[in-house]
Design a protein around this ligand. Structure first.
Ligand code: ADP
Ligand code: MG
Ligand code: MG
Length: 474
């Protein structure tokens, strides 16, 4: 239970008032989403799901997460440039996971052809949970790093105002100070803007590659509008549009609808369902082009769960950061246990370990977007089916992080109001731009707290499980 807010949480009359106040505040602050019924229209919109109260996060751990972000940016960028490492790390995975294999084929294609663009733009989000230790203290453990289509940088820029307002109305004026300002959308736009400048053509546009269903459009718009403020033109297109009208000129400049594209910002393309055969061709064309890709195919692959597991092996971080033991130490401190399921004695050991204590682990396939992981008894069921075949190499095993639950109300359109036992996940946005060999921008751009009911093992706001939240520094 969040000690500071215990009395407020139990005051049902006050809660009813606060819920209305909070929802109106969300609408007034633009923490919005389109509805399930009309995902592609802005005629009727609703608040994005969020918690009634902010959730406690220890100050030191919060700052640890922000501080390590620039190191993670460098790590992702270094991995993306190390073809030997990517080949080795993903060799087993691509044998059995068709999606990763197809991404990898595009990677090989562009490697062979030779890369045309020396501007690299990375917008990522490293996610963490706070593992509760026996002495009651917590430790920061990375869940994953998202190197493609990491969302909620826009909406999370507007959520602090809601919780400050709710706390004030609840008579907790002092506590408002513990909610920090946050503006990831400005940082994301800064990265896009820097890469656009380097591309060096005033007429060239930034293309947001979007999904067909656009419930979360306002999150995009915050970033988009920051760009328009800087007179940088943005177009929003689907893969289908790129298929129909996209082409490369003799210099491999990318044109879509007759407009030169400086940057393709992927807010789509992270899961198999996003790809038809035509869409794969469009992805290949984009990757071969002179346009800056956010992310490029190698950075996309650097964000796979298999790569995350390989980074956990002794000596691997040292290889990426020779002579920087302090950086290695800071990154490694955030790693939870990660285990290979490759064929061989090491993988066999992982299987045995998982079958013996399934509740202590999460079994993860190479997927994104929430709802794909396997937990508890289901781990045994799945592993029994694949443990003697190469199919098991499509997964990795990870220690289950066990955060301290906190009570809160999750506000979501259509959900009845009830006090939930909740778990939170802290995300940190990273932004970097490399031009040839030079890192010309490397920043931490802000944070995101997402909170879910502990009835759910998996997460994700878009998946309908987690909701937006703010850290309440304690
Ligand atoms: P995705 O790319 O689908 O978001 P994640 O690795 O982030 O995949 O897993 C989805 C969700 O599952 C997380 O948001 C978190 O709620 C839960 N989860 C994942 N890994 C762990 C873990 N090691 N311990 C506890 N929960 C986890
Ligand atoms: Mg992910
Ligand atoms: Mg995730």
């Amino acid at each position: 239970v969040s000690i500071q807010l215990k009395d407020v949480l139990m005051d049902t009359d006050l809660i009813k008032v606060l819920v209305d106040v909070a929802k109106d505040s969300a609408l007034l602050n633009g923490v919005l989403m389109r509805t399930k019924e009309t995902p592609n229209s802005s005629e009727v919109v609703t608040y994005a799901p969020f918690t009634l109260f902010p959730s406690p996060v220890p100050k030191a751990i919060f700052h640890q997460a922000l501080t390590v972000q620039t190191h993670f940016n460098r790590l992702v960028d270094k991995i993306s440039q190390d073809s030997n490492f990517l080949e080795e790390a993903l060799a087993s995975t691509i044998k059995v996971d068709n999606f990763t294999e197809r991404l990898f084929n595009i990677y090989r294609h562009v490697l062979q052809e030779g890369r045309t663009q020396s501007i690299v733009l990375g917008l990522n989000r490293s996610d963490y949970m706070l593992d509760q230790k026996e002495d009651g203290s917590a430790s920061l453990k990375q869940i994953e790093i998202n190197t493609i289509a990491a969302s909620f940088g826009g909406l999370s820029s507007r959520t602090p105002n809601i919780h400050r307002h709710v706390l004030k109305v609840a008579g907790r004026l002092e506590e408002c100070k513990r909610i920090l300002d946050n503006n990831p959308s400005a940082g994301l736009a800064e990265g896009l803007s820097k890469a656009w400048d380097l591309y060096g053509s005033e007429r060239a546009v930034i293309l947001f590659l979007i999904e067909e269903v656009q419930r979360n459009i306002y999150d995009h718009r915050y970033v988009e509008n920051e760009l328009w403020k800087r007179n940088i033109p943005v177009i929003r297109r689907q893969f289908e549009d790129v298929c129909k009208t996209g082409c490369l000129d003799q210099n491999k400049r990318l044109f879509v609808d007759g407009r030169e594209v400086a940057i393709v910002y992927f807010r789509n393309g992270y899961m198999p369902q996003n790809y038809t055969e035509q869409n794969w061709e469009a992805r290949l064309m984009i990757e071969r082009s002179l346009a800056v890709k956010c992310p490029d195919i190698s950075t996309h692959l650097a964000g796979t769960k298999k790569v995350q597991q390989e980074l956990c092996r002794p000596g691997v971080l040292e290889r990426f950061f020779p002579g920087e033991p302090d950086v290695v130490e800071q990154i490694r401190a955030t790693f939870a246990g990660l285990y290979t399921l490759d064929m061989g004695p090491e993988g066999d050991k992982t299987v045995a370990m998982a079958l013996a204590k399934p509740n202590q682990f999460v079994l993860k396939p190479q997927r994104e977007g929430g709802g794909n992981n396997i937990y508890g008894a289901e781990i045994c069921h799945v592993l029994e089916g694949v443990k003697n075949s190469t199919e098991r190499m499509a997964y990795i095993l990870m220690d289950k992080v066990q955060p301290r639950p906190v009570h809160n109300y999750l506000l979501r359109l259509g959900s009845p109001l009830k006090l939930s036992t909740c778990l939170s996940e802290l995300g940190v946005f990273g932004v970097y731009v490399r031009y040839g060999q030079d890192m010309v921008l490397n920043e931490c751009a802000g944070h995101l707290l997402r909170t879910k009911s502990d009835e759910h093992s998996d997460g994700g706001v878009a998946a309908g499980v987690a909701v937006l939240d703010n850290p309440f520094l304690v």
